[in-house]
Design a protein around this ligand. Structure first.
Ligand code: ADQ
Length: 470
C-alpha cells in the first residue's frame, strides 16, 4: 500500500499519555499512521501574522513545519488572524456548520468569508503538494477542507484522494440555500471516494447530484457528475472500544467515580456530556428534566442530573448566547426545585479527562444523548462501551444522531418533544435489570462491529482499490 497522508483542519501531535485523552479522529487516524507510517498534515492551531495568504509583498506564507515522531511525520502550517476569522470562525463555523445541521436561521452567508475559505484551502494544497509522493493515498477530513482535492488536482496532483464528512449532509432543499452550493458540490466530485456517516447522508448527496447537477448515482455507490466518476458510501465512524473500556475501569476513573458516588447519597445519576453547541439539544434536555421533576414528583430527591458541557467556539456569538441561555435555565431549575440537602442539576461548564468521563458513565443509570442533529455522536458509543455489563445504564438517544441507525437497544426519542423525552427518562429510570442488560448487549454488539478500526480499514480499502487518476 502507498503511504497514508491524512489532512485535517487541526493537527495535534499527540504522544504517550496524551493519546488516551484524545478522541475520535485523532485516535483512529493516529493508530493507522503509527502502524504503517505516514504523514499528518494540517493547521497547527497557531495564529500569527507571518502566515497571511494573499499578502502583497510577494513572499507568500512560510512553508509548513515538518518533523517526525516515530513513524509519523507531521506537516503543520499556521494561520494569520484574518485567515482564521474568515476561514475557520467565519465560513466553517458560521456558514457550513449551522447549515449542514439544519440551522438556516443561524447561518451567515458572507462573501468575504467564502473567498477566504477558498484561499486557505488553496494554501493548504500548495503547502502539501511538495510533500506528496506519487503513490501516496490522501485522506482529507471534514467540512473545513472540502475544496482541497480540487485545489490539489489544479496543481497536477494525480494521487488517490478520499474525503470523509464528519457532520451530516443536509437535505437538498437546505443545501441549495448555500450561495456556493454548486461550487462546493463540484469540489466534492473532485474526490475519488466520498464518505458520509450514514445512509441518509449518502442518499441526500445523491439526490442533490441528480436534481441539481444532472448527474447519475447507482445503488452500488458509483456517482457520475460534472465529468467525474467517484465512489460514494456510508462509513459510520466508531470508537476504540477496548481503549474506552480500559479507561472506564482505570484507577483515575474509579477514583473520580467513587468521589461522585459519595456525594450522591444513593440517588440515581443521569448524565449528559457534550461540547456546548446548539446542535446538541442541551436546552431541550434541561427543559425535559424540569418536566420530569414536575410530572413525576416522586423522583425529586431520588435523582441527580449531571450535565458536563465543554466550552466550545467561544469566539462565535451564537455559542455565547447558548451559554447564557443554559446558565439561565440551570439557575432557574435549581432555584425552583432544590432543597436544603438536594440540588437536582449539576451543570459543569468545562472539559474533563476522558478517563473521568468514562468512570462517570459507568456509575450512571441514564445517559442522555439528545442532539437536534449530529453526524454520528461518539459520546453515545462511549457511553455504551463504558458500562458495567452486570449493571448497565440506559441510553436515551435522539433519532437525529447518526448512531441512532445502529443502536437499536437505545430508547430513541425526538429531542424536540420534551414531554416525550421526560416520559422516556422516567421509563429508563424504572427499567428492570434484565431489560437493561438485554438492550446493552445489543448495543454493544453494534458498537464493536462499527468500531474505529472497521471505519478506517473500510474507507482505506476502498481508496486503495481504485486505479490512480489517469
Ligand atoms: P463532535 O461534535 O465534537 O464531533 P462527538 O462525536 O460527540 O461530537 O465527539 C465529542 C468527543 O469529545 C467525544 O469523544 C467526547 O468524549 C469528548 N467530549 C465531549 N464533551 C466533553 C467534555 N465536557 N470533556 C471532555 N471531553 C468531552 C464531530 C461530529 C460528530 C461525529 C464526530 C466524529 O459533530 O457527529 O461523531 O465529529 O466523526
Amino acid at each position: 500500500m502507498g503511504r497514508l497522508v491524512v489532512v485535517s483542519n487541526r493537527v495535534t501531535p499527540i504522544t504517550g499519555r496524551q493519546a488516551a485523552s484524545a478522541g475520535g479522529l485523532a485516535v483512529g487516524v493516529l493508530a493507522a499512521l503509527r502502524d504503517t507510517g505516514g504523514l499528518w498534515f494540517g493547521w497547527s492551531g497557531e495564529v500569527n501574522e507571518t502566515s497571511r495568504t494573499g499578502g502583497r509583498d510577494g513572499n507568500g506564507p512560510p512553508p509548513p513545519r515538518v518533523f517526525r515522531t516515530g513513524k509519523v511525520t507531521y506537516g503543520l502550517i499556521d494561520l494569520s488572524d484574518a485567515d482564521y476569522q474568515g476561514f475557520y470562525a467565519g465560513f466553517a463555523n458560521r456558514t457550513l456548520w449551522p447549515l449542514f445541521h439544519y440551522r438556516l436561521d443561524l447561518a451567515s452567508f458572507e462573501h468575504h468569508w467564502y473567498a477566504t475559505y477558498r484561499r486557505v484551502n488553496q494554501r493548504f494544497a500548495e503547502a502539501l503538494r511538495p510533500l506528496l509522493k506519487p503513490d501516496d493515498i490522501v485522506w482529507i477530513h471534514d467540512y473545513h477542507l472540502i475544496p482541497m482535492a480540487a485545489e490539489l488536482r489544479r496543481l497536477g496532483c494525480e494521487n488517490r484522494i478520499g474525503f470523509f464528512l464528519h457532520i451530516p449532509f443536509p437535505a437538498p432543499e437546505i443545501y441549495v440555500s448555500l450561495p456556493w452550493h454548486r461550487q462546493l458540490a463540484a469540489d466534492l466530485c473532485a474526490y475519488d471516494v466520498l464518505g458520509f456517516q450514514t445512509g441518509t447522508d449518502v442518499h441526500q448527496f445523491k439526490q442533490y447530484v441528480e436534481l441539481e447537477l444532472n448527474g447519475t448515482a447507482d445503488w452500488k455507490g458509483s456517482v457520475n457528475a460534472l465529468g467525474r466518476q467517484l465512489h460514494v458510501d456510508a462509513y459510520p465512524i466508531g470508537i476504540d472500544v477496548d481503549d474506552v473500556q480500559g479507561m472506564a475501569v482505570s484507577a483515575e476513573a474509579k477514583r473520580q467515580a467513587a468521589r461522585l458516588s459519595a456525594s450522591m447519597a444513593n440517588r440515581q445519576l443521569i448524565m449528559g456530556v457534550d461540547r456546548l453547541d446548539y446542535t446538541k439539544g442541551i436546552v431541550e434536555r434541561l427543559r425535559a428534566f424540569e418536566l420530569l421533576l414536575q410530572d413525576y414528583p416522586n423522583l425529586r430527591r431520588q435523582v441527580t442530573f449531571m450535565q458536563i458541557s465543554a466550552p466550545s467556539r467561544e469566539q462565535v456569538p451564537e455559542y455565547l448566547e447558548l451559554r447564557e441561555q443554559v446558565e439561565l435555565l440551570s439557575g432557574h431549575l435549581n432555584g425552583v426545585y432544590s432543597e436544603a440537602d438536594w440540588v437536582p442539576l449539576r451543570y459543569i461548564n468545562r472539559s474533563y479527562t476522558r478517563r473521568s468521563l468514562m468512570g462517570f458513565f459507568r456509575i450512571s443509570r441514564l445517559g442522555l444523548v439528545t442532539p437536534l442533529r449530529d453526524g454520528m455522536n461518539l459520546v453515545a458509543l462511549e457511553y455504551v462501551a463504558a458500562q458495567d455489563e452486570q449493571d448497565p445504564g440506559v441510553l436515551v438517544l435522539s433519532r437525529f444522531a447518526g448512531c441512532a441507525q445502529q443502536l437499536d437497544g437505545a430508547l430513541v426519542v425526538n429531542p424536540y418533544d420534551v414531554h416525550h423525552l421526560a416520559d422516556t427518562m422516567h421509563a429508563g429510570l424504572a427499567m428492570t435489570l434484565d431489560e437493561r442488560q438485554d438492550r446493552w448487549r445489543r448495543m454493544m454488539q453494534a458498537v464493536r462491529h462499527h468500531d474505529i478500526i472497521a471505519w478506517r480499514d473500510r474507507f482505506l480499502a476502498r481508496l486503495e482499490k481504485l486505479e490512480r487518476v489517469a
